[in-house]
Design a protein around this ligand. Structure first.
Ligand SMILES: Cc1cc2nc3c(=O)[nH]c(=O)nc-3n(C[C@H](O)[C@H](O)[C@H](O)COP(=O)(O)OP(=O)(O)OC[C@H]3O[C@@H](n4cnc5c(N)ncnc54)[C@H](O)[C@@H]3O)c2cc1C
Length: 225
């Protein structure tokens, strides 16, 4: 096998590349990643990064030297759009297809989308850019609704409360039932900007919240290799 292509340049993708080299694979490894950042650690996004304690430079999963030692053909900002197993090729959003002898798909998970979540003021929380954008928007006299009452949503709410930037922050512990993803069906806006979330039995302050994070993994298994 001469060329192995790994799609997804995050924790699973970079670990796969590491393992291949450790086990003596000397062929070409091409690592494709949609994001423009070097592989980074996501757990701090909803904690140290969001709170401003850390800057992005602390998140990289491998140093420049470690990446160089792996001798990767690292193609960041490159999205795979299709797979042709007969021709053994990966189609890209831009540019020529990439040929492979072996393929590892490590594309992780993506947040579940809700109708209306493209309105201004709605933030997803999955990537470094998402977290930085949300951090920039956290300011006094804002209100925040978090959709997705799992760890990530709870952490984001805790950060918001800790930094005291919100007049009104939903308490996920108390309102867990209200925030169940089954009850949120859409978000709605005015003049292109979010003004609320639609859900059954939702209290008034949630219906009229001005900011929303939409966070829920679409797939129960995040690492699919
Ligand atoms: C905010 C946040 C906090 C978290 N906190 C914790 C925690 O405290 N503890 C814990 O254990 N886990 C935590 N997690 C989960 C953990 O980060 C994930 O389990 C881990 O990132 C999974 O790694 P992965 O490489 O499988 O997938 P991902 O990290 O999702 O990476 C997949 C990569 O593939 C890329 N990709 C997707 N499709 C394509 C394509 N078509 N072409 C090219 N590239 C593509 C994506 O851009 C992405 O960079 C957290 C996750 C988030 C988002």
């Amino acid at each position: 096998m001469d060329t192995i292509v790994i799609v997804g340049a995050s924790a699973a993708g970079i670990s796969a590349a590491d393992t291949l080299r450790q086990r003596g694979f000397t062929g070409r490894i091409t690592l494709l990643g949609s994001e423009s950042h070097l592989p980074y650690d996501r757990p701090p996004l909803s904690k140290q990064l969001l709170s401003g304690l850390w800057e992005p430079g602390r998140l990289w999963l491998r140093s420049a030297q470690q990446l160089a030692e792996l001798d990767l053909n690292l193609r960041l900002g490159t999205t795979a759009t299709g797979l042709d197993p007969c021709r053994r090729e990966i189609a890209l959003a831009e540019g020529e297809p990439v040929a492979y002898d072996g393929l590892i798909i490590a594309t992780g998970a993506a947040p579940r989308r809700l109708p209306g979540d493209d309105l201004a003021g709605v933030h997803h929380l999955r990537t470094l850019d998402d977290a930085l954008a949300l951090r920039r928007r956290m300011r006094p006299r804002s209100r925040m609704v978090v959709i997705g009452a799992g760890f990530i949503g709870a952490e984001a709410a805790a950060v918001a409360r800790d930094i005291g930037h919100f007049d009104e922050t939903c308490d996920l512990g108390v309102r867990h039932g209200d925030l169940s993803e089954r009850k949120f069906v859409a978000v709605y806006g005015r003049d292109g900007r979010v003004v609320g979330a639609i859900g059954a039995g939702m209290p008034k302050q949630l219906r009229e919240a001005r900011r929303l994070i939409v966070e829920q993994a679409e797939f129960p298994a995040e690492a699919r290799t």
